[in-house]
Design a protein around this ligand. Structure first.
Ligand SMILES: Nc1ncnc2c1ncn2[C@@H]1O[C@H](COP(=O)(O)OP(=O)(O)O)[C@@H](O)[C@H]1O
Ligand SMILES: [Mg+2]
Length: 246
């Protein structure tokens, strides 16, 4: 399919209907339209995103709920540009992510914070080096080690900077992953079942930390979760089933 040119929201669009037939909300930081993604396996083609349209408001906390296999991770990966859709558009802060290529795409990936269920830390690196890893090859307007140290303090890991990441508990590893996700001060944090591998009290700490991002920095959060307690605390709950929003 041909991709549309970026269309930054304008006041005139308020209350109108987009070209895809879905209402266009200019307050939405993330606008997903008619997104499709299939995976070919040996015996079947699985449609993981089956025409998804979604608006995520700026500064809001949105839960993505739904049973395992409903397409939550696929949608987050597409929004974070960790994977490319077969069709459809994703616009984030007025930029059509699905039209980006090369350096512009790599730059977008670095500006989105991603938190994974399994933490995905680099096991041979220290806590500090895991947090600076995303910016290490690049010029930054800040001093990476200093910023990483401040972020680690803000997630309660002061003094653990030089510990190997794998020496930490699950909850501590997820705190490192959150600090890593924040190194570039992202406007958007995508979290894929961030409490899925944690016990409930540790999970509650991680949830508090994520909500604190919104309070302190106005960060827009999109959180895939199975956890009804977490979903209930979010501003909006978007439910998925079989690659569709229900
Ligand atoms: N890389 C892949 N290859 C094949 N199938 C995949 C791949 N990624 C996801 N799927 C399939 O797509 C569907 C949606 O998966 P996923 O997005 O991981 O759902 P959820 O995160 O809600 O559990 C599932 O049927 C899953 O098996
Ligand atoms: Mg998943």
């Amino acid at each position: 399919m041909r991709l549309r040119r970026p269309t930054p929201p304008s006041p005139q669009q308020q209350g109108t209907t987009g070209s895809s037939g879905h209402p266009t909300d200019p307050a939405a930081l993330i606008q997903v339209r008619d997104l499709r993604k299939s995976f070919a396996t040996l015996d079947a083609t699985i449609t993981a995103a089956d025409g998804i349209s979604l608006d995520v408001p700026a500064g809001g906390v949105t839960a993505l709920a739904g049973p395992s296999g409903s397409g939550k991770s696929t949608l987050l990966h597409l929004i974070g540009a960790l994977d490319a859709p077969d069709a459809g558009t994703i616009i984030v802060a007025g930029v059509e992510v699905t039209a980006l290529r090369g350096n512009a795409l790599a730059g977008y990936r670095r500006r989105v914070g991603f938190v994974f269920q399994r933490f995905n830390l680099l096991p041979t690196l220290t806590v500090l080096d895991n947090v600076t890893a995303p910016v290490l090859p690049f010029k930054t307007s800040f001093e990476p080690k200093q910023r990483a140290t401040e972020l680690l303090a803000s997630v309660g890991l002061q003094g653990r900077e030089n510990t190997l990441a794998t020496r930490l508990s699950g909850g501590q590893q997820q705190r490192v992953a959150i600090a890593r996700a924040l190194i570039n001060t992202p406007a958007v944090v995508l979290a894929d079942e961030p409490t899925g591998n944690l016990d409930s009290s540790t999970g509650a700490d991680i949830i508090a930390l994520l909500f604190d991002l919104r309070e302190r920095h106005g960060t827009t959060l999109l959180i895939a979760t199975h956890d009804p307690d977490l979903a209930a605390r979010c501003d909006t709950v978007v439910r998925m089933r079989d690659g569709k929003i229900t």
